[in-house]
Design a binder for this molecule. Structure first.
Ligand code: SAM
Length: 258
């Protein structure tokens, strides 16, 4: 059965056995675990994952690929959710989730944000993404990759870039280099923003003018801010603030009713 790769679904299928092995080793699936794979495609990861698992849930948008998976694996081993992952309610998939996937790169950021509210029921997430995106996810303050994505995700996850994957590992090869990231939700007792919405807004507004002094950049939107006690230097720019400083700033604006 051949399958013509569909560009609109970001289909680049992994064909390098060595890379598949390295990814599965990094995930280290074990019997009894609740693993969910996003975008199983032609089963490059699905099959080796199933070797260690009793049951695996997969989410696939492509009707033909979903049908093929249903034909290949018995339903008590592989649960196929045929849907757009951005519409899937992960709270219905159980607890202690381990989420994995060679993701469609065209929806990477929306998907990472879609998963954030479920972090409390997640053990870890292993994703293959465009390397550039992973560099932004793990970037530290004052580096050129430090961005809204870094701050938002680092407020909720500990993240490690594991290794690069070259385009030749796929069919068809993507135009970019890929990499694997491991995301582990931070413990619940870590300081969280009082309001996630306020935090999102502050980070968004701050990085809209990343090179401007933050005090000036936010003044128009938030009015006068009491900066005393926030530990943020007067001349600071968004790209210099730590995640903890963004949380403190957002909490103070939230308390002020912004
Ligand atoms: N895991 C396979 C592999 O490694 O060879 C396929 C990876 S391919 C980059 C991405 C997969 O995600 C495809 O199977 C594609 O159909 C699926 N996909 C794309 N958009 C999706 C969406 N919104 N929801 C669920 N699956 C999606």
């Amino acid at each position: 059965m051949t399958h013509q790769a569909r560009k609109r679904f970001g289909q680049n299928f992994l064909v390098d056995e060595g890379v598949v092995e390295s990814i599965v080793r990094a995930i280290a699936p074990a019997s009894g675990e609740n693993v969910v794979e996003i975008g199983p495609g032609l089963s490059a990861l699905t099959q080796p994952l199933l070797r260690s698992l009793d049951r695996l849930t997969v989410i696939e948008i492509d009707r033909d690929l979903a049908a093929r998976l249903r034909k290949t694996y018995p339903p008590d081993r592989l649960v196929v959710v045929e849907d757009d992952v951005l519409k899937v309610d992960f709270s219905a998939l159980g607890d202690k989730l381990r989420i994995v996937g060679n993701l469609p790169y065209n929806i990477s950021s929306p998907l990472l944000f879609h998963l954030m509210p479920y972090a409390g029921q997640v053990v870890d997430q292993h994703f293959m993404l465009q390397r550039e995106v992973i560099d932004r996810m793990v970037a530290k303050p004052s580096s050129s990759d430090y961005s809204r994505l870094s701050v938002m995700l680092q407020s909720r996850y500990h993240m490690v870039k594991l290794f690069d994957v070259q385009p030749e590992a796929f069919d068809p090869p993507p135009r970019v280099v890929s990499a694997i990231v491991r995301m582990t939700p931070l413990p619940e007792d870590r300081p969280q923003p009082l309001s996630f919405h306020a935090f999102e807004q502050v980070v968004l507004k701050s990085f809209a003018q990343r090179r401007k002094m933050l005090r000036r950049g936010l003044a128009e939107w938030a009015g006068s801010i009491d900066w005393t006690g926030l530990g943020i230097p007067e001349t600071a720019r968004a790209e210099e603030l730590s995640v903890a400083q963004f949380i403190a700033l957002s909490d103070s604006l939230f308390a002020k009713g912004v």
